[in-house]
Design a protein around this ligand. Structure first.
Ligand code: AP5
Length: 210
C-alpha cells in the first residue's frame, strides 16, 4: 500500500501515520522528521533547511524531491510506504508522477485553524523516536517525559503561534492545490480530523477497507 497523507500543520498526520505504518508494515516517510535529523546532524541540507523551517517556510522543491526519491528507492519501501508531509507543492506532486512512483490512496485531514493552533501550542515530541504527545489531548504518563524511554520531551521551535500561522498560510497557498491535483487523478479519502485520535484512526481504517 502506498499512501499519502495531506492535511494542514497539526491536523494529526504524524499521529495517524505511526498507527497506519504499524498496521500495514510499511515505513513512514516524514519529510519533517527527515529534515529535523539533517538539522541535528548539521549536514549541508540541514544547514540550508534550519532557518527556513524555524520560520515556517518550505524547503526548496529540488532538495525535497531528491531526498524523497532516494528514500523511496530503498528496499524497505518495496511493499509500500506512507508519505507524511510530501508532496507539499504541485512541483513535488508532479515529480512523483514523472518518476513513475504510483500512489494507491490519498487521505485528506480537515481541521479548522483555531483547533490547529491550540494543538500545536500543546504538542510535545520525543526527538529521538518522533513520538508525539499533547499536554491535554494525549499527555505522557509522566508530564514532560517520554513514555518509553523516560527522556525529556521538547516543544518544536516552529510550534510558536506566529510561526504556526505562517505555516498554515503556506498550506493554503501551496498545498491545497496538491489536493486538487490528486482529486483529478483518484478519489481522495476525506477525514474529519477534529474527532478524538482513536475515532480518526477507526474512520481511516474503515475508508481503507472499502
Ligand atoms: P512537518 O514536520 O511535516 O510539519 P507539519 O506538516 O507542519 O505537520 P505537523 O508535524 O506540524 O503536524 P501533524 O499533522 O503531523 O500533526 P501531529 O500528528 O503532530 O514539517 C516541518 C517543516 O519541514 C515544514 O514547515 C517545512 O519547513 C519543512 N518541510 C517538511 N516537508 C516539506 C516538503 N515536502 N517541502 C518543503 N518543506 C518541507 O499532531 C499535532 C498535535 O495534535 C499533537 O500534539 C497531537 O498529540 C495532537 N493531536 C493529533 N491528533 C489529534 C486528535 N485527533 N485530537 C486531538 N489532538 C490531536
Amino acid at each position: 500500500m502506498k499512501i499519502i497523507l495531506i492535511g494542514p500543520n497539526g491536523a494529526g498526520k504524524g499521529t495517524q501515520a505511526k498507527r497506519l505504518c504499524e498496521r500495514y508494515g510499511i515505513p513512514q516517510i516524514s519529510t519533517g522528521d527527515m529534515l529535523r535529523a539533517e538539522v541535528k546532524a548539521a549536514t549541508p541540507l540541514g544547514l540550508k533547511a534550519k532557518s527556513l523551517m524555524d520560520a515556517g517556510q518550505l524547503v526548496p522543491d529540488d532538495l525535497m524531491i531528491v531526498l524523497v526519491k532516494q528514500r523511496v528507492a530503498q528496499s524497505d519501501c518495496e511493499p509500500g510506504f506512507l508519505l507524511d508531509g510530501f508532496p507539499r507543492t504541485l512541483d513535488q506532486a508532479r515529480a512523483l508522477q514523472t518518476a513513475g512512483i504510483s500512489i494507491d490512496k490519498v487521505i485528506h485531514f480537515k481541521v479548522p485553524v483555531e483547533v490547529l493552533v491550540q494543538r500545536l501550542s500543546g504538542r510535545r515530541i520525543h526527538p529521538a523516536s518522533g513520538r508525539i504527545y499533547h499536554i491535554h489531548n494525549q499527555p505522557p504518563k509522566v508530564a514532560g517525559l517520554d513514555d518509553v524511554t523516560g527522556e525529556p520531551l521538547i516543544m518544536r521551535p516552529d510550534d510558536e503561534e506566529s510561526v504556526v500561522r505562517a505555516r498554515l498560510a503556506i498550506f493554503e497557498k501551496d498545498t491545497m492545490p496538491v489536493l486538487s491535483y490528486y482529486k483529478q487523478l483518484m478519489p481522495v479519502i476525506e477525514i474529519d480530523g477534529t474527532k478524538p485520535v482513536d475515532d480518526v484512526a477507526r474512520e481511516i481504517e474503515g475508508a481503507l477497507q472499502k
